[in-house]
Design a protein around this ligand. Structure first.
Ligand code: 5GP
Length: 204
């Protein structure tokens, strides 16, 4: 991907860790940070809006984009596919906005190869026991689903070392502040500030 003024933040986490709560609050609270809108072949859930939650497409349309190399990364999860549009992302970043991508670990690894300066954030549960307790507490999953999610969570957690920041979500408020700090700190990294510093220097 070409250089761009906007920052890319990637957030991954096993389900039940509070990722969506944290990501939604971050995008709602911070100016100039928007959610990436992925393309998917899965059906919309109740309340989901085309062009806001996802771009919903059929298999043929997804294939077409894959063939045209139009995804910067894409994955297949069970029978369904999810991808991040290259042109969409480039245009948002070119406009100077920061983008938050909520993508699973395989896609995150691929995105990192395409955008080496992407800031990768992984959210961990405080412990396996606590994650299991939270998953049961949601009451959304059968016993078998909880077991499957725990198993999948372990596989995802094994990839923690590929991320730049590890946020252990023990207390939502603390985790939120940590995530906000990551965004603010990234925005003032030297590489991002060189132009501004030079401009100030020229005034002397
Ligand atoms: P859901 O179907 O619940 O919306 O999402 C299922 C999983 O797909 C989540 O872990 C989400 O982070 C991931 N996902 C959503 N969009 C993308 C994408 O564009 N690329 C990748 N790699 N994963 C995605």
């Amino acid at each position: 991907m070409q250089s761009h003024p906007g920052n890319v933040f990637v957030i991954s986490a096993p389900s039940g860790t509070g990722k969506s709560t944290l990501a939604n609050r971050l995008v709602a609270s911070l100016d100039n940070l928007i959610f990436s809108i992925s393309t998917t072949t899965r059906a919309p859930r109740t309340g989901e809006v085309e062009g806001k939650d996802y771009f919903f497409v059929d298999d043929a349309a997804f294939d077409e984009v894959v063939r045209a190399n139009g995804f910067i990364e894409w994955v297949q999860v069970y029978e369904k596919r999810y991808g991040t549009g290259r042109a969409w992302l480039q245009s948002v970043l070119d406009s100077g906005q920061d983008v938050l991508l909520d993508i699973e670990t395989t896609g995150a690894m691929n995105l990192r190869r395409a955008i080496p300066d992407a800031v990768m954030i992984f959210i961990l549960p405080p412990s396996a026991k606590e994650l299991e307790r939270r998953l049961r507490g949601r009451g959304k999953d059968s016993e078998a689903q909880v077991k499957a999610r725990m198993n999948h969570a372990r596989h995802e957690l094994e990839l923690y070392h590929a991320y730049d920041f590890l946020v252990v979500n023990e207390d939502l408020e603390t985790s939120y502040r940590q995530m906000e700090s990551i965004v603010w700190a990234t925005r003032v990294r030297r590489e991002r500030m060189v132009g501004r510093a030079q401009e100030i220097l020229r005034g002397f």
